[in-house]
Ligand binder design. Structure first.
Ligand code: AVI
Length: 394
C-alpha cells in the first residue's frame, strides 16, 4: 500500500511524483530528482514519524525543507534566505567593507553609464528610432529595491525625455519601495513594476512602440544558479527579447593568479563571505530561524557554525552550516499532515545552503553565447574584482 504525492523540487523548479509507503512505524525516506551538491556518500540521517494515509498539503517552505534536509548530504535552497529578516541582513551585507561586490558594481555603473548607453545606441540603432517617448526601456530581473539602478536611469534621462522602467521581482514590498524611491528622485522615469518569479516563469516585458529593451540582471544574482540553471534563466529572458535588444549582466570575477596582482586574492573573496562583524554568519543561520518561525522547527542556530569555502574546481564560494555536535531536530510542519520530520545531525555534518559562482570574462561570454547573446564589452575595475558585461541579443 502506498500513496502518491506531488512534490515540488525547488532546485530545478519541477514537480515529480513520489510513492510514499503508508505502513506504520518510523521509516527512512528517499526523494528523487534532487541534485546532490556534493558527491561523498553519507548515511541517511532523516526519519519520518508515522504518517496518516492522506495527501500532505504542499507548502513551498515545507517542501523545500523536506526535500533538502532528507537529501544526502543535507541542503537548503538559497531562496529561503530572503524572508523579511534575511532580506534586511542581506541589505546589511551589501554595505560591509569586506563585501566588495555591491560597491564595485555601483562604481562601474557610475564610471561607465554614458559609455554603456553609447554602445547600446550604436548596437541597437536607437538613435534613428527615437521618435516616440520611450526609445529605450529598461527591464530589470530581480530588481529588489533597485538601489543601484538609479545611476543608469539618471544617465538615460539625459538622452531621452522619458524612460519606462520595468522592475521585476518576487517581492511586492521591495517593488513598492523601488517605485516610491525612483518616482520621487527621478520624475521623468515611469516605473511599471511586475511581481513575478522570473526563475520559474517567463516574464513578459512591455515594449512601447519602436522601443528597444535593455534588460538588467545585475548584483551577481546569476552566480547563485548552477551553470545549467543560469543558462536557462538567460535563455528564458532571451526569448522575450528581439535581436538588437541588449542585456547588462553583473558577475563576480574569479581570482586569477596569472594576472600578477591585478586580481583579487582568495583571501579577499573568502572575507566577503566571512565578515568580521558576523553579518553573513547571521544571514546563513537565519535560514534555520526561518524554519523555526514558519514550520515550528526546533533548530538551535547557535549549535551550527557558518562556513564559507572556496571550491576552485567549480569556481564557486560555498556556504554551509556545520553542526557543532550530534543533535536531533524536529520539524513538525515539514511534512503536512504526515507527521513531523525528525533530523539527526552527526558532529561536523553540514547543510549546504548556497553556491556563489565566480566567472572569468571568457566564461561570461560563453554563458551569454549559450543563451544567444553576443558580448559587446566587459567593464571591470583595475583590480578585476567585478564585471559588468554588455551584450546584445542575436
Ligand atoms: C545575492 N547574491 C548575489 C549574494 C552572493 O554574493 O552570492 C548572496 C550572498 N551570500 C552571502 N553573502 C551574500
Amino acid at each position: 500500500m502506498g500513496l502518491v504525492r506531488q512534490v515540488y523540487n525547488y532546485q530545478n523548479n519541477s514537480y515529480f511524483l513520489k510513492l510514499f509507503r503508508t505502513a506504520p512505524g518510523p521509516r527512512r525516506i528517499q526523494l528523487r530528482n534532487h541534485p546532490a551538491q556534493h558527491e561523498s556518500p553519507v548515511p541517511p540521517t532523516a526519519t519520518l514519524a508515522p504518517e496518516s494515509p492522506q495527501l500532505a498539503a504542499t507548502h513551498p517552505v515545507a517542501d523545500a525543507a523536506r526535500l533538502g534536509l532528507t537529501s544526502t548530504p543535507k541542503t537548503l535552497p538559497p531562496w529561503l534566505f530572503y524572508d523579511a529578516p534575511g532580506s534586511r541582513l542581506f541589505e546589511q551585507i551589501t554595505t560591509l567593507p569586506e563585501y566588495y561586490l555591491t560597491r564595485t558594481e555601483r562604481e562601474l555603473f557610475t564610471a561607465h553609464a554614458d559609455e554603456i548607453f553609447d554602445l547600446v545606441s550604436s548596437s541597437t540603432g536607437n538613435q534613428q528610432l527615437a521618435t516616440g517617448n520611450f526609445a529605450l526601456t529598461i527591464a530589470e530581473l530581480g530588481a529588489g529595491t533597485a538601489s543601484k539602478t538609479g545611476i543608469l536611469l539618471r544617465a538615460l534621462t539625459q538622452r531621452q525625455p522619458h524612460v519606462l522602467y520595468q522592475p521585476i521581482d518576487i517581492s511586492p514590498t521591495a517593488l513598492d519601495e523601488a517605485r516610491a524611491q525612483i518616482e520621487l528622485t527621478i520624475p521623468s522615469v515611469t516605473v511599471r513594476p511586475r511581481t513575478a518569479n522570473y526563475i520559474t516563469e517567463t516574464v513578459r516585458i512591455e515594449r512601447p512602440p519602436h522601443a528597444r529593451i535593455l534588460a538588467l540582471y545585475i548584483g551577481s544574482s546569476i552566480g547563485n544558479f548552477s551553470p545549467a540553471e543560469a543558462r536557462l534563466v538567460l535563455a528564458r529572458l532571451r526569448s522575450e527579447l528581439a535581436p538588437g535588444d541588449a542585456l547588462l549582466l553583473g558577475t563576480d570575477l574569479a581570482p586569477n593568479p596569472a594576472l600578477n596582482g591585478h586580481s583579487k586574492s582568495i583571501a579577499t573573496l573568502l572575507a566577503a563571505y566571512n565578515d568580521a562583524q558576523g553579518v553573513t554568519a547571521a544571514f546563513n543561520r537565519n535560514i534555520l530561524s526561518r524554519l523555526n518561525r514558519e514550520l515550528g522547527a526546533d533548530f538551535r542556530p547557535d549549535r551550527f557554525i557558518h562556513r564559507a569555502l572556496w571550491n576552485p574546481t567549480h569556481s564557486r564560494i560555498e556556504m554551509h552550516l556545520e553542526s557543532l555536535s550530534a543533535q536531533t531536530v524536529r520539524i513538525p510542519a515539514a511534512n503536512g499532515v504526515a507527521g513531523a520530520l525528525i533530523l539527526h545531525f552527526a558532529p561536523g555534518e553540514t547543510i549546504h545552503t548556497e553556491n556563489s559562482y565566480k566567472f572569468t570574462p571568457a566564461a561570461i561570454s560563453t554563458l551569454l553565447a549559450s543563451a544567444r547573446f553576443t558580448t559587446i564589452r566587459t567593464f571591470t575595475n583595475p583590480h578585476n574584482l567585478f564585471a559588468v558585461t554588455l551584450a546584445t541579443a542575436v
